[in-house]
Design a protein around this ligand. Structure first.
Ligand code: COA
Length: 259
């Protein structure tokens, strides 16, 4: 598959997607969004890809948002059609394998929303995150008003969304918007080490674990615990559970097969 706006690579069992419009700070135009869907669909089908890393090209930005050029002269009816929740980051949102956002610089607007749609966020010390849409007379439209308060609480999300102010990586870590902050020169290695560590687990069990954790945002505690109990029991039907337990008892490394 050829991509115009992404670099799509396989590094061992890791699929890496680099949004590649550095001169526009990797702003996501329609082509980027379509290609992101294609790349995730491709990795979903590829059993050699266990974990996906998403990042931005260049020194400055992860993604500085939706491409603002595409907002000019757009009508409400068209935006309502194009950005229904089931269309935004469609393949990423339904992707069953773990996805790590490697936030190398600005993650603004849609870029912050893209990072929040991923499962784990690792930021460079020089990253800056924000939802500056209010300055354009609009509000976040790809999940920001919903995912941000779930991650950092209503008051801080309000502050970010109402003021449009950015926060630095250290604050993002304190607030829970990112999960790790590392030196810029260590970002790639730290992220790939984590991705490779996760990739050694059973691909089947990873999917089940991700499904359970993702469900927490939508379920009551009671419903969530019931789902967890069913998924926990399901893991006991897998060959990988037999292998994992046997390997521990035999003091050896497990060889998971994804069955
Ligand atoms: N959409 C389209 N183009 C964008 C963009 C976006 N979201 N963000 C940056 N760019 C473009 C700039 O227009 C500029 O293009 P040009 O060289 O053709 O003029 C290029 O990327 C570099 O950006 P620039 O603004 O010159 O860099 P800077 O270091 O001075 O400022 C930012 C960096 C991130 C503070 C600034 O680019 C910015 O505020 N971007 C918009 C962020 C935003 O509002 N995102 C939410 C959109 S909904």
């Amino acid at each position: 598959m050829q991509y115009e706006t992404l670099i799509v690579e396989r590094i061992g069992n890791i699929g890496k997607i680099t949004i590649n419009r550095p001169d526009k700070l990797n702003a996501m135009n329609r082509k980027v969004r379509e290609e992101l869907d294609q790349a995730f669909a491709e990795f979903a089908q590829d059993s050699n890809v266990a974990v996906v890393v998403v990042t931005g090209a260049g020194e400055k930005a992860f993604v500085a948002g939706a491409d603002i050029n595409e907002f000019k002269d757009k009508k409400a009816s068209q935006m309502y059609e194009d950005f229904r929740p089931d269309k935004v980051f469609y393949e990423l949102a339904r992707f069953q394998k773990p996805v790590i956002a490697m936030i190398n610089g600005y993650a603004l607007g849609g870029g912050c929303e893209l990072a929040m749609t991923c499962d784990i966020r690792i930021a460079s010390e020089k990253a800056k995150l924000g939802q500056p849409e209010i300055k354009l007379g609009i509000i976040p439209g790809w999940g920001g008003t919903q995912r941000l308060p779930r991650l950092i609480g209503e008051g801080r999300a309000m502050w970010m969304i109402l003021s449009g102010e950015m926060i630095d990586a250290k604050t993002a870590l304190e607030w829970g918007l990112v999960d790790f902050v590392v030196k810029p020169e260590e970002l790639d290695e730290f992220t790939m080490n984590l991705a490779n560590k996760i990739a050694k687990m059973s691909p089947l069990t990873l999917k089940i674990a991700k499904e359970a954790v993702k469900a927490a945002a939508n379920l009551s505690l009671k419903e969530g615990l019931e789902l967890e109990s069913r998924l926990f029991a399901l893991t006991f039907s897998t060959e990988d559970k037999e292998e994992g337990v046997a390997a521990f008892l035999e003091k050896r490394k497990p060889e998971f097969k994804g069955r």
